[in-house]
Design a protein around this ligand. Structure first.
Ligand SMILES: NC(=O)c1ccc[n+]([C@@H]2O[C@H](COP(=O)([O-])OP(=O)(O)OC[C@H]3O[C@@H](n4cnc5c(N)ncnc54)[C@H](OP(=O)(O)O)[C@@H]3O)[C@@H](O)[C@H]2O)c1
Length: 287
């Protein structure tokens, strides 16, 4: 492969996403960072260009709470690029103690952490298939083991919502849709692109900082902060999945610290996994 590889990273204006974008720029990839605020995203792209000495750091804008904006990101990306080698669906986070819907009527945790990566991946799949070695990397969390407790008749938690429960659920669902996509691609006799998920570790970023999680979790968050790892340390497994030849044929797996890890099977059934895929299809109306 002599062509410079192209990587798109969502939520790259801060935290793990920005650190991953910087690391990829230093490795001479063509890097497109995504953000929701034009000025902030442009500034971060310029900062990464300076730090890395790589002029090929571009930016793209869209609010991932909204499916219409996800569509806009994909359309604008396709106006500039006709191939994508690596898609890192990194943007995500935990919402506040009060359950909120987006203006499109979808619960916010599920909108940004599950439906946005599902739709963006679907819309960019044709460009990823054009890569010699396409890779989709979805940033999940060990919260899928610690906090998930889904109600399969109430996926958006209209009842008994808590921010941690909603977050744990969507990170589990993100792993399931990644596995399903990988299985579907393999059934089509292609392992290109591969699709893998990971837990980045407990990392000191803006994660949860602006969400009112309730008094107890707010206090725990403040106490834990000095013990967390740096955003750079949080990129370890992302960069491994994006760049290592060891994983070029591995798909549908979950990684922690550069190693294959077990996915919680507590809520797993074939039907539940299919139900989540069908929910994503129905909400995003992607073909
Ligand atoms: N930090 C941890 O300990 C930890 C642990 C496990 C998993 N993770 C996962 O790692 C990923 C990165 O998290 P982080 O810790 O780096 O969090 P972060 O510092 O809060 O960064 C999140 C990024 O996502 C962007 N973002 C948030 N809402 C958005 C929206 N509606 N539209 C577009 N962009 C949006 C943010 O943009 P703005 O700059 O505009 O806010 C920011 O660039 C997330 O998926 C998170 O769930 C984190």
């Amino acid at each position: 492969m002599n062509k410079r590889r192209i990587v798109l990273i969502t939520g790259a204006t801060g935290g793990i996403g920005k650190a991953a974008a910087t690391a990829m720029a230093k490795r001479d990839y063509i890097v497109i960072i995504h953000g929701r605020n034009e000025e902030k995203t442009r500034q971060v792209a310029i900062e990464i260009q300076k730090i890395s000495g790589n002029k090929n750091v571009d930016w793209i804008i869209g609010d991932l709470f909204l499916l219409a904006e996800v569509r806009k990101i994909a359309t604008n990306f396709k106006k500039k690029y006709d191939r994508l080698d690596i898609l890192i669906n990194n943007a995500g986070g935990i919402m506040g103690k009060k359950r909120e819907n987006t203006s499109e009527g979808i619960e916010k945790t599920i909108a940004i952490n599950l439906l946005a990566p599902f739709l963006l991946t679907g819309l960019l799949l044709d460009l990823l298939e054009k890569s010699d070695e396409g890779r989709i990397i979805n940033v999940s969390s060990n919260s899928h083991q610690l906090n998930a407790n889904p109600d399969f008749k109430d996926l958006e938690l209209k009842n008994n919502y808590t921010p941690l429960r909603a977050y744990g659920n969507v990170k589990l669902f993100l792993i399931w849709i990644s596995q399903t996509l990988s299985e579907k691609l393999i059934l089509l006799n292609t392992n290109n692109p591969t699709v893998n998920t990971l837990h980045p570790g407990a990392i000191s970023t803006n994660f949860g900082v602006n969400s009112d999680l309730g008094i107890l979790l707010n206090i725990i968050g403040k106490i834990a902060r000095p013990f967390l790892k740096t955003p750079e340390q949080g990129t370890e497994t992302i960069i491994y999945l994006a760049t290592s030849s060891e994983v070029k044929n591995i798909s549908g797996k979950y990684f922690v610290k550069n190693k294959l890890a077990n996915v919680s099977d507590k809520y797993y059934s074939k039907q539940n996994k299919e139900l989540i895929w069908d929910y994503c299809l129905e909400k995003t109306k992607i073909q």
